[in-house]
Design a protein around this ligand. Sequence first.
Ligand code: GAR
Length: 210
Amino acid sequence: MKNIVVLISGSGSNLQAIIDACQSGAINGTIRAVFSNVSDAYGLTRAQQAGIATEVAEPKGFADRTAYDIALADRIDHYQPDLIVLAGYMRILSPAFVNRYSGKLLNIHPSLLPKYPGLHTHSQALANGDQEHGTTVHFVTEELDGGPIILQAKIPLSASDTEADIIGRVQVEEHRIYPLVVSWFVNGRLAMREGKAWMDDRVLPAQGYT
Ligand code: GAR
């Protein structure tokens, strides 16, 4: 059974999808701990309700981003993670952190990368009159939202859509694809090799999600 550590900053609906998939056996892994940089993040409550250890790591008091990230990683390492999942974790990670966990660090980002890295993805898609929008699961590298793409899910946009509409529709897709990708990783069917996402042949039919 692989050890998973999840990092959050907010509601934790993606965390919940991964908790549910671990409990159902769809993910052959155990979430050993959930870390949040925000002390009142609702995702912490979700973790506690599932009997998962939680830790709050607030950034104040650290000299800089790297110092915070090294202290965070030292705490994470107590749980001997095979995989670290960023699930709505809203802090930029330093190279020291990213390189320490190279190849075992996943993120979900609410856009069809490489479109709209960073914040305010939904409002940008609407403002630009895009016909489609979506979400991307990728390996994390030093480039913000720029690591190798693993899986995307698309939603159609219409002129009457509001930001709230599309946040909800994107999250429905996120809750489908993130547990799926985590299951591939823990089953050894997905890895980062030579800077690219490698998947074995058995997962390719699931690319029909995109
Ligand atoms: C998700 O939609 C995720 O894609 C996004 O935050 C939301 C967290 O929701 N992540 C980012 O924007 C990262 N740059 P959740 O806390 O309910 O899972």
